[in-house]
Design a protein around this ligand. Structure first.
Ligand code: IMP
Length: 201
């Protein structure tokens, strides 16, 4: 089956496709996504933004479509950057700029606890079906490690692996990550009922 996603983030797309392969699901960027004016992500939660995106883009998708909203929550920063993770250092900020701001804000702080959160919203031609949530706990390093992944990965230390997500392979990361967990929940949900597959054909 084919499942459309509403992202042009190459890092996310790579992870979506990899996770889909395990379930025999072909994840594809929604046709024409680049021509559609971007959805305003005005929600105050990951869930609200994921729903906004799935219903907005889903109306123009030829079948089942999902959208994710994700980000990093750092305890000592009161949950920042949170829903503004992609634009922490300002609109259009690069990963390097966001990471530099985070490192600066974390300087001298003892509590390094943080988590990545991902909410995926699944819609059928713009009608919401369900949301799925995934979380992974970790710590913020005091310098970047590794060049794998994207976003804040080089600053996110995952103790069970004794490495940062920037040092983990995409397979290792997806086995435990917020996105991997949310996706697995959605793929299981879809696999549980052949009826749900039909909408995607
Ligand atoms: P979104 O596209 O609005 O969901 O923004 C997500 C932002 O959160 C990304 O641009 C990254 O800055 C950050 N983020 C989300 N997931 C990850 C991840 O798996 N690794 C690193 N950064 C992430």
């Amino acid at each position: 089956m084919t499942l459309y996603c509403a992202t042009s983030n190459a890092g996310k797309l790579r992870e979506f496709r990899l996770a889909g392969q395990r379930f025999g699901i072909d994840v594809m960027e929604m046709p024409g996504l680049q021509e559609i004016p971007p959805c305003d992500e005005t929600g105050r939660t990951f869930k609200a933004n994921a729903i906004l995106k799935a219903t907005y883009y889903g109306q123009q998708a030829p079948g089942l479509l999902f959208a994710d909203d994700s980000g990093l929550e750092v305890d000592t920063l009161g949950g920042a950057p949170g829903v503004v993770s992609a634009r922490y250092a300002g609109p259009g900020a690069s990963d390097a700029q966001n990471n530099a701001l985070l490192l600066g804000n974390m300087r001298g702080r003892e509590n390094r606890r943080a988590r990545f959160v991902c909410v995926i919203a699944l819609a059928n031609r713009g009608e919401m079906i369900r949301t799925f949530r995934g979380i992974v706990e970790g710590e913020i390093l005091d310098e970047a490690r590794g060049a794998e992944g994207f976003g804040y990965d080089p600053l996110f230390y995952y103790a069970p692996y004794q490495k940062s997500f920037g040092e983990a392979s995409v397979e290792e990361k997806m086995a435990v990550s917020h996105r991997g967990r949310a996706l697995t929940a959605m793929f299981r949900y879809l696999s549980d009922s052949p009826q749900r597959h039909k909408a995607a054909k």
